[in-house]
Write a new protein. Structure first.
Length: 270
């Protein structure tokens, strides 16, 4: 099989949460530029509209903006109902990317409210949106071409970060295991579920950290740089295409080897 067919997403329908900025925009861009019709969602309609215009202009696919505050269960249900109206024949790919973080200077300062905010969006809504979208995913699912769910976790759900962000790390570790649970249940329905665990990428969530710690972060990455849009787009195209059809229940770090370096550095001290 030729490479273009193997990695093609031409004509597929995809949904990318948090698709207006950061990693979500990188993913949406990769899908649109390879011929998919992509719905992006987040709270900010103006940000979504701008991203949708720019990505559609790049083509050959199309990007459509649908605002939704995923912290709200009712808005999440309304979002899926609207998708069902717009795409009655179903959805091929769901990318659960929307997320929140909360950092403090010490564990003693970490508020209880952080847990509700971060876990609701980062973990609970991954399940909620996948659950609500099952009828749409089922319509496109087949043994030859499964529907795909791609969850965006984090290397901070695998390693222990130095920053005081316990809710974020716990939420992403939960996403990784939830991915495996969903993969076991949905594989028999011809819906694969996998997770990507990004390292450092340019994003709104990482902006402040990169502003203050960029050099030390890069120094900890064996390949000597932070992630690029093509790095994130590439792994999503793999998982969304024929090339990734037999991958199910995997958690794929996309971090330039950061996790490996952390483990190596720790072992070298003893």
């Amino acid at each position: 099989m030729d490479v273009q067919s193997l990695f093609s997403v031409q004509g597929k329908v995809a949904v990318v949460t948090g698709g207006g900025t950061g990693i979500g925009l990188m993913i949406a861009g990769g899908l649109v530029q390879n011929g998919a019709r992509v719905y992006i969602t987040s709270r900010k309609q103006k940000v979504l509209d701008k991203a949708a215009r720019e990505l559609t202009a790049l083509g050959p696919g199309k990007c459509i903006a649908l605002a939704c505050d995923l912290q709200s269960y009712d808005q999440t249900r309304q979002f899926v109902a609207r998708l069902a109206e717009l795409e009655p024949s179903g959805v091929d790919v769901l990318v659960n990317n929307s997320g929140a973080n909360w950092g403090e200077q010490s564990l003693e300062d970490y508020p209880d409210a952080a847990w509700a905010k971060v876990l609701t969006l980062n973990t609970q809504r991954v399940f909620t949106l996948t659950q609500l979208m099952l009828p749409l995913l089922d319509k496109r699912a087949s043994a030859e071409s499964p529907a795909r769910v791609i969850n965006i976790g984090s290397i901070d759900g695998i390693r222990v970060p130095t920053l005081i962000t316990p809710a974020y790390s716990a939420s992403k570790a939960a996403v990784h295991h939830l991915t495996k649970v969903l993969a076991a249940h949905l594989g028999m329905r011809h819906i694969t579920v996998n997770a990507i665990a990004p390292g450092a990428f340019e994003s709104h969530m990482m902006a402040q950290t990169l502003d203050t710690l960029r050099e030390s972060i890069i120094a900890a990455v064996p390949v000597g740089r932070i992630g690029r849009p093509t790095d994130m787009a590439g792994v999503c195209l793999f998982l969304a295409s024929t090339a990734g059809a037999y991958v199910n229940g995997a958690v794929i770090p996309v971090d330039g080897g950061t996790i490996v370096a952390n483990q190596f550095n720790l072992q070298s001290k003893f």
